[in-house]
Design a binder for this molecule. Structure first.
Ligand SMILES: N[C@H](CCC[C@H](N)C(=O)O)C(=O)O
Length: 263
């Protein structure tokens, strides 16, 4: 029986299986194997799966898959976890900014003890859609406000919006936001490709913060409370709806490693 070495990380409760694929051994189109590994009863269990691959000009290439086995767009918490993994492998050092490559482009990252800082790609435009807002922060996000976030039925309300024909075949992630203070919000997210609520969504938190600023103005640093902990987002505002120098900061934890039997 063949065994596969894997590493389990989480970023504020958004959890991932990561494989060091610098030898290109893993078949990048094996959807079935990836969804099996992410299965919470038959496999290891995770919201997402990542391959750390070689990159000719950067520290590594991050290949991200949702738990449905499909390769997908940028994952903010996954990006922070694979940065921590690269540091744990000795590929990069703490307190030194480095770059890695991903599906949406080149990211800068900085590892500090227990805190990972990840630079996200620029955001150009926020669209008003029905009672919410739509923007792309590396992944597509719909953002709407709710008075009573704790009681919101994120799964059924989120699933309906995620599958709304307005967002086409690709669909969208769905974020429900409650304002807490001038520079703090609470966010719960229904994630495309996981097809469930996750305990944190990095690109979703960035989308929620930028939408909040787009509507209410204010400062350019926010703390975001999520089910699995807290994140910080900092950014620079250019024109209305145009933001750059966007950093997503928070913990990324190694949980365990092991070998999984694969047929
Ligand atoms: N499910 C998302 C990707 C992961 C986003 C989330 N886990 C994050 O931390 O940004 C999508 O397919 O658009």
């Amino acid at each position: 029986m063949e065994q596969l070495k894997f590493y389990k990380y989480h970023g504020t409760g958004n959890d991932f299986v990561i494989i060091d694929n610098r030898d290109s051994y893993f078949n990048i189109s094996d959807r079935e194997l990836i969804s099996f590994i992410c299965h919470r009863r038959f496999g290891v269990g995770a919201d997402g799966f990542m391959l750390l691959e070689n990159s000719p000009e950067h520290a590594f290439y991050m290949r991200y898959y949702n738990s449905d086995g499909n390769e997908s767009t940028m994952c903010g918490n996954g990006g922070r976890c694979i940065v921590k993994f690269a540091c744990d492998l000795g590929m990069v050092k703490e307190n030194e900014i480095f770059t890695f490559d991903a599906i949406d482009g080149i990211h800068h990252a900085l590892v500090k003890p227990d805190i990972i800082n990840l630079k996200m790609l620029d955001v150009n435009g926020i669209e008003k859609v029905a009672d919410g807002y739509f923007l792309n922060t590396g992944s597509p996000h719909f953002v709407c406000y709710t008075e009573n976030l704790e009681q919101t039925d994120v799964v059924s309300a989120g699933r309906a919006i995620r599958n709304n024909s307005y967002f086409g075949k690709a669909g969208t992630n769905v974020n429900f936001v409650e304002k807490c203070g001038d520079s703090s919000i609470m966010v719960r997210t229904y994630e495309r490709g996981v097809e469930d609520e996750t305990w944190s969504c990095g690109t979703g938190c960035v989308a929620s913060v930028l939408t909040n600023f787009f509507i209410h103005g204010g400062g350019t640093e926010y703390s975001i409370k999520v089910k699995g902990g807290a994140l910080t987002v900092r950014f620079s505002a250019q024109d209305k709806g145009v933001y750059n120098n966007i950093w997503l900061e928070g913990p990324a934890k190694f949980v365990f490693s092991g070998n999984i039997n694969v047929q």
